[in-house]
Each structure stands twice: as structure tokens, then as C-alpha cells.
Design a protein around this ligand. Structure first.
Ligand code: IPM
Ligand code: MN
Length: 357
């Protein structure tokens, strides 16, 4: 198959882990006889530096034409004092909105070999395997008004959702649960927020269409606790943008490192964007020690969701697991034994597994 992929390495460790994903994709091309045309574009801080715009028009135009987009990470202290329209994060939020990437799927699966890398007790995290379905184009991140008053004495952010926006993500949650263990946990704050009340009503309405899926509602504070006390009780979690952002970082603790979490951001129709759930980690950028696994697993999600290449995606996931089972890990994973590898060594190890398996 021939596919056009736009690469957005971005900032911090973004370029290093993107190089890893490219190595993996090149091996997939060779092994399965595909042709991936890779086109690099600017986003985030580097785009601000070069063209004074965190989301250049050229980037957006290329992304819209592509078969899929792979993104590394954006942001860093260099741009922290910039006015909000010139922050790297604006590039990421802008592309999510422009491509209508409303559904962010974040699978959280702990590998057996890495149970000891989590600060949580092994018996607590053992067996946990969940999927966070995060709404990505609404809520507090995009609501208007959002600004500081002229006298600097007050601020406002707005949490707004339309019925249609909630319906489509809730349906995505149910459909995802149907493909997994058929349990959906809807997370909200319906005891306080108007938006959450409507969210809960819509889950109740949609539930009748999914009698095969067990459905429950949990308030976000309780969900945060249950995620690290009884993580294996979750299958699919569906939740609004900001709750999903917070809970997915929390859930990464189950896997031993945020560097393990891939994600897929999907539109109803149109191009998908794939990015690790972690950020640009400016503190370790350029040191060659970043964990490439979240990025590599994101490229596997791209093969699966955008290109329907199930076998190829599974091959990548199995190669990653095989390396972990061999005791290979990067510095972020605090494991007692095994072999610590650099970003490129880890990537090579995964490529080698792809070659031989
Ligand atoms: C994420 C990140 C982004 C978010 C930031 C960089 C804007 O934390 O993808 O989870 O909050 O969505
Ligand atoms: Mn986040």
C-alpha cells in the first residue's frame, strides 16, 4: 500500500522519538512491501521560532491532504512567557480543532515485566488494561470567553459543550467498549457541573442502544482514586477533555512511565493524528535517553486505525513487548533488573525484533 504521512516532530524530545518511529515504519515498509511517503512539517515552538506561528498554514494544508499525521510533542520553557496566541500548545490545540479530532483514544496496558517499575503495589496494578476515550475538541480548552480582565483582577475560562459534541464521544465510548470487555465507565462531575448533568443524561439515552455493554457513572474525584486503587475494574472510560487529560497522566503510573502511553486522535471522517500522551520533556531533550515506546506504539495505532494494517500494527506491538520481556528499558523506567538502553538502542532492539519475528 502507498500512504502519505505528515510528520510533526515538534519540540523537546519530539524530534528524537519521531526518528524512532520513522525507523520502525521503514522496517514495516520493507517487511510488508508498503510505501510510506513521509513529509515533515513544523508545529509548536519550532514553528514559532521559524515562522512566528505555532500552526503554520502550510502544516495544516499538508495534514489535511495526508492519509495520517504523526506528532511528537510541543512546548518548552523557552516559550513559557509568550502571549497565549504564540504558545506552542496553541499549535496542538489548533490542529486538533481544525481536523475535528474529537476522539482521543489512550490505551493503558501494563506489561507484566514492568509491574515493578510502578510505584503502585504489583497486586494492585496486575491485570489492569483500560482505554481512556477522551473528548478532545470541546470543554474548557476551547470555550469562549477565555481571558483575563483588563485590570488583571479576574479571569474567565468557559466549559461549554453542545449535545452533538457529547453524543458523538459517548457513542465512541460505547463502540470502543463493545470491541473490548464491554464495560463503559462514564466519568463526570454531575453533582456540580451543568455540563456533566447533560453528559450523564446523554450516556443514559445512548445506553439503550448498547444492552450488551455494562454501563456505570463515576464522579471524577472518585474515579481518580479508583484508578490507582482498583485499576483492573476499568475497561473503557469515557470523559470530557480536561478530566481525560488529567486521568490519562494518572493512569500512566500503572504502566511504570508516561513514556509508554500512545494515543490516537480521530475525526468522524477524515485524517487521524497519532501522538504519545506524554509531553516534550524539555529537561531530557537532546540527551538521547527518551523512551521512544509511546511514539512507536502511536505509529502502530496509526497503522491499525487509519490504514487498517492490523497485522503490521500487531507486529510492532509484539516487538515492543518482546523487548520489554528481554529486560530492555529506557531510563524513565525504574526497574530493578534488566538492561538500560538509549533511545536509539531501544529503537534498534525493536527493529531487530521486527526483522526476526
Ligand atoms: C496532552 C497534553 C496537551 C493537552 C497539552 C500539551 C496542550 O497534555 O496531549 O495530554 O492538555 O491536551
Ligand atoms: Mn496531558
Amino acid at each position: 500500500m502507498k500512504k502519505n504521512i505528515v510528520l510533526l516532530p515538534g519540540d523537546g524530545i519530539g524530534p528524537e522519538i519521531m526518528a524512532s518511529a520513522v525507523k520502525i515504519l521503514e522496517q514495516i515498509e520493507r517487511k510488508y512491501n508498503h510505501q510510506f511517503h513521509l513529509e515533515e512539517q513544523l508545529i509548536g515552538g519550532i514553528a514559532i521560532d521559524q515562522v512566528n506561528n505555532p500552526l503554520p498554514e502550510q502544516t495544516l494544508a499538508a495534514a489535511k491532504k495526508a492519509d495520517a499525521v504523526l506528532l511528537g510533542a510541543v512546548g518548552g520553557p523557552k516559550w513559557d512567557q509568550n502571549p497565549s496566541h504564540l504558545r506552542p500548545e496553541r499549535g496542538l490545540l489548533g490542529i486538533r480543532k481544525a481536523l475535528d479530532l474529537y476522539a482521543n483514544l489512550r490505551p493503558v496496558k501494563g506489561f507484566k515485566q514492568l509491574l515493578s517499575a510502578s510505584p503502585l503495589k504489583e497486586e494492585v496494578i496486575s491485570g489492569s488494561d483500560l482505554l481512556i476515550v477522551r473528548e478532545l475538541t470541546g470543554g474548557l480548552y476551547f470555550g469562549e470567553p477565555s481571558h483575563r480582565s483588563n485590570d488583571q483582577q479576574s479571569v474567565i475560562d468557559t466549559l461549554s459543550y453542545t449535545r452533538q459534541e457529547i453524543e458523538r464521544i459517548v457513542i465512541k465510548g460505547f463502540e470502543s467498549a463493545r470491541l473490548r470487555d464491554k464495560k463503559l465507565t462514564s466519568v463526570d462531575k454531575a453533582n456540580v457541573l451543568e455540563s456533566s448533568k447533560l453528559w450523564r443524561e446523554i450516556v443514559e439515552e445512548q445506553k439503550v442502544n448498547y444492552p450488551d455493554v455494562e454501563t456505570e457513572h463515576i464522579l471524577v474525584d472518585a474515579a481518580a482514586m479508583k484508578l490507582i486503587t482498583h485499576p483492573s475494574s476499568f475497561d473503557v472510560i469515557v470523559t470530557e477533555n480536561m478530566f481525560g487529560d488529567i486521568l490519562s497522566d494518572e493512569a500512566s503510573v500503572l504502566t511504570g512511565s508516561l513514556g509508554m502511553l500512545p494515543s490516537a486522535s480521530l475525526a468522524e471522517n477524515g485524517v487521524g493524528l497519532y501522538e504519545p500522551a506524554h509531553g516534550s520533556a524539555p529537561d531530557i531533550a537532546g540527551l538521547g535517553i527518551a523512551n521512544p515506546i509511546a511514539m512507536i506504539l502511536s505509529s502502530a495505532m496509526m497503522l491499525r486505525y487509519s490504514f487498517n494494517m492490523t497485522e503490521e500494527a500487531t507486529a510492532i506491538e509484539q516487538a515492543v513487548e518482546a523487548c520489554i520481556n528481554d529486560g530492555f528499558h529506557t531510563a524513565d523506567l525504574k526497574v530493578a533488573k534488566g538492561t538500560q538502553l538509549s533511545t536509539t538502542e531501544m529503537t534498534e532492539a525493536i527493529v531487530n525484533k521486527l526483522k526476526t519475528n
